[in-house]
Ligand binder design. Structure first.
Ligand SMILES: [Zn+2]
Length: 451
């Protein structure tokens, strides 16, 4: 068997792993590089897309599905296996990525790709349920396990037959940060020969969820008192729905005073619509609230800004107010225009709840830089800037270690650590080397292993 790594090595974007074995070639994820690594998207794949038999797609984040159009335009015509929510969310995410690159005058991952091509690509999805055994061909069987990261996210167990011997490969995908509202807890996996585990927060322990919620409540009370604006950059999937879910609970139980909340992200609004279609994928608590007649994503004071005619509504509203806008990593979306307008006022607060990559605007703000450049404009930061990671949809170091540790029967011979910056991956590797007998590897982009 040959294993090669085509992204998310010592970095968090571009997830793509190729497995080649006795006439079968498949990818796990085919994600876009983002931030400083984006130029890698323009490189040709070092394999022929036409030779790929199928793709296992763990979830719909762009850094996991964003190069599927490139694969398709390169001639790939195999099946893409995922859950149904992943398929639906991937469609809006890919169409949005194409639009954003056009609007910003940037070259898309697949320069000739049109909306029509993305819609055609969607026809190649086969949606599978969690837990069930799926026979892909004579040498491959797969199972999807709930990864608890965003709606429909999956870890994959792959049973591969080689020379009449079976090997089990396990791909974590991105693992959730339990307990999280709406999604279920990441499922543990009993055994594997080879494991591929993410390490986004391989060097961090998150604050408790309760503490994070208390901080958010306190910040809401503060902006009400200061008649200020609370800005929260959000990702379209999960973070938005999780915040709406918490705010909905607080408003309906009168745990916070009335304050208008503006959700300014057409993509997040579309994603929320898809969330509504898949109640079966929710955890018990969310399903029971729905059973009692509650709308999880709507409450008094919530305004969704969905089209051009509503533009400017959030700016016109008199403070105090809360603005949730995309994107979580400050790329694209409306958040930057709000930052330009409101960061210079000490009555306002910027609450960062998402991962910010090294060197990014978000990371500079977290590092308390006094002035930052946004779209060529220098902004002197007077607003209160605060980062909390308990709303992260990624497992922290402890949860990652527990997930790997649960794989016992058999214990893995090799563990590849992917999807984490150098320091995060190495930190997780150091602990695993001390606690397991498995061979622990932090691969480099382009590395190939013969096993
Ligand atoms: Zn993800």
């Amino acid at each position: 068997m040959k294993i090669s790594f085509h992204g998310a090595c010592r970095e968090v974007t571009g997830s793509c792993t190729l497995i080649e074995s006795e006439g079968v070639k498949f990818l796990v994820d085919c994600g876009m590089f983002q931030g400083e690594e984006s130029e890698k998207n323009q490189k040709d794949f070092s394999f022929n897309p036409k030779d790929i038999d199928f793709v296992l797609l763990t979830h719909a984040h762009l850094d996991h599905c964003g190069r599927l159009p490139k694969l398709f335009m390169g001639g790939f015509r195999g099946r893409i296996y995922s859950t149904a929510p992943t398929r639906d969310l991937a469609e809006i995410i890919l169409l949005d990525a194409l639009k954003v690159s056009r609007d910003e005058g940037k070259v898309f991952v697949a320069p000739l790709c049109t909306e029509g091509d993305i819609l055609e690509l969607m026809e190649f999805f086969t949606c599978l349920a969690y837990e069930k055994e799926n026979k892909i061909n004579d040498s491959v069987k797969i199972w999807l396990r709930d990864a608890g990261h965003i709606l429909g996210s999956a870890s994959f167990e792959v049973l591969l037959k080689e020379n009449e011997k079976e090997k089990k490969l396990v791909f974590s995908g991105d693992l959730g940060n339990s307990p999280a509202p709406i999604v279920r807890d990441p499922e543990l996996i009993s055994g594997a020969d080879i494991v591929f585990v993410e390490s986004t927060y391989g060097n961090r322990i998150h604050e408790s969820k309760e503490k994070g919620k208390e901080i958010l409540k306190k910040k809401i009370e503060e902006v009400i008192e200061k008649q200020g604006i609370l800005m929260i950059p959000v990702f379209a999937m999960e973070r938005t729905q999780e915040l709406l879910y918490e705010l909905n609970n607080w408003v309906e139980n009168q745990e916070i005073p009335y304050i208008p909340v503006f959700l300014d992200s057409p993509l997040a609004i579309k994603a929320t619509g898809i969330y509504r279609n898949y109640v079966d994928f929710y955890d018990e608590e969310a399903r029971s609230l729905i059973g009692k007649g509650d709308d999880l994503f709507d409450f008094k004071g919530l305004f969704m800004i969905n089209n051009v005619s509503q533009a400017g509504v959030a700016e016109k509203a008199i403070p105090p107010k809360i603005i949730l806008a995309g994107s979580g990593m400050f790329q694209g979306g409306k958040i930057k225009s709000y930052l330009k307008r409101y960061l210079g006022d000490s009555a306002n607060t910027l609450l960062i709840i998402s991962y910010q990559s090294e060197g990014s605007l978000g990371r500079r703000l977290i590092n308390k830089e006094k002035s930052v450049e946004i779209d060529g404009k220098i902004i002197h930061v007077k607003a209160d800037v605060l980062a909390i990671f308990s709303f992260s949809s990624h497992a922290d170091q402890l949860a990652l270690l527990n997930w790997v540790d649960a794989i016992k029967n058999p214990k893995p011979k090799k563990v590849f650590i992917v999807h984490g910056e150098e320091s995060a991956g190495q930190s997780l590797a150091t602990i695993l080397k001390g606690t397991t007998r498995s061979d622990i590897i932090v691969p480099v982009y382009g590395n190939k292993y013969n096993i």
